[in-house]
Write a protein that binds this ligand. Structure first.
Ligand code: SIN
Length: 348
């Protein structure tokens, strides 16, 4: 679905004393509705407007002066690249304008980790940008959206969140956009930063960070969506598994992709048949990045495949979906050789 025209809503109790937070709504389960309040799986995502999401959070106007915009109303599984460009452009424009102190984005959980990492690498501001979402639709008994939204606004309004890159506030925890992944199909505690853990927590108006973000992000990267959005480099993902064939790689090469990310087994190991096809793809100028389907841990360079000999890049701790985001940005910035790409994956 194409991004829709934005509309704005404003709420505040004492606008001069409070931080100014822009809430950009994009849809998702947080804006979902079901016919029955006991229903937490059968519902329509992205149908409730941002004004209703805000109205469901008593006391929000005591935390921040809110300006809200309905940027889109989608199920995030259908996230189009054009909406990434619209969202990134809007975040940068709001933060540069001096009219807001931070941005909160309400999003579907399904691709939240991809949008969050894209913004983490491309937003050019130290002001807080915080994504949030929900696992239960707004109509559900014990809907988790209102408390998550309150938590996200509280984090975005906190001076402690400045300079931490893009954050995700979910189920009382604060995660870095780089590390967070969705790890449950149904549980309210659906997000984790595997092995590394959350950055901190938000509860009852208090925000506490237990650690900082080490890798460069936002203004510390050379990436911007403005340049990518002109023509997003096509990067696809293939998986390795028992009995894998070369059919998908051959199809992607024939379709003219610029990059392929492999969701390898274990430490990014790749079925021999698939690996030969990928090595041939590299010789045709296609960037190949080895990630893992395991869900935690890192992919060690030259560990489970001879990266130097075959011209592959290892994704380190990025899962395949985040590795794809970084590869698209790197390709758009003009880097395509493995020797240029590996330092980018090592750094970001
Ligand atoms: C979505 O990603 O938009 C739907 C699923 C969710 O938000 O949990």
């Amino acid at each position: 679905m194409a991004p829709m025209a934005t509309s704005t809503t404003s709420i505040s109790s004492s606008p001069r004393a409070l931080p100014r937070i822009a809430v950009l709504a994009t849809g998702g389960t947080i804006a979902g509705s079901a016919a029955d309040s006991a229903q937490t799986a059968g519902y329509q995502a992205g149908v409730v407007g941002v004004d209703k999401l805000l109205a469901a959070v008593p006391g929000l106007a005591n935390v921040a002066h809110i300006e809200a915009e309905q940027v889109a109303s989608i199920d995030s599984k259908d996230m189009p690249l054009a909406l990434w460009a619209t969202l990134a452009g809007r975040v940068d424009a709001l933060l540069a304008s001096g009219d807001v102190d931070g941005v909160v984005i309400t999003h579907g959980t399904d691709t939240l980790e991809e949008t969050a990492y894209l913004l983490h690498l491309t937003v050019k501001s130290a002001k807080p940008v915080v994504l949030t979402a929900a696992m239960r639709p707004s109509s559900a008994l014990s809907a988790d959206g209102p408390l998550n939204l309150l938590g996200a606004v509280t984090v975005a309004a906190s001076p402690a969140a400045r300079g931490q890159g893009v954050l995700v506030a979910f189920n009382n925890r604060i995660h870095s956009a780089r590390d967070i992944v969705k790890t449950s199909t149904y549980a309210v505690d659906a997000f984790q930063s595997p092995e590394i853990g959350a950055l901190g927590w938000v509860q009852d108006g208090r925000v506490e960070f237990q650690r900082g973000v080490v890798r460069p992000h936002t203004s510390g990267t050379p990436f911007s969506v403005g340049s990518v959005a002109v023509e997003w480099p096509v990067v696809d993902i293939v998986a390795s598994y028992a009995g894998a064939s070369r059919v998908m790689v051959d199809a992607l090469v024939a379709a003219g992709v610029r990059g392929i990310v492999v969701a390898g087994t274990g430490n990014g190991s790749i079925h021999a048949t698939l690996q030969s096809a990928l090595a041939e793809a590299v010789k045709k100028g296609i960037a190949v990045v080895r990630s893992s389907r395991v869900g935690s841990g890192h992919v060690m360079r030259n560990g489970a495949a001879p990266d130097d000999a075959l011209g592959f890049v290892s994704a380190g701790t990025l899962n395949p979906y985040k590795a794809r985001v970084l590869l698209m940005l790197a390709l758009a910035s003009g880097k395509s050789a493995a020797a240029e790409l590996q330092p980018i994956f090592d750094q970001y």
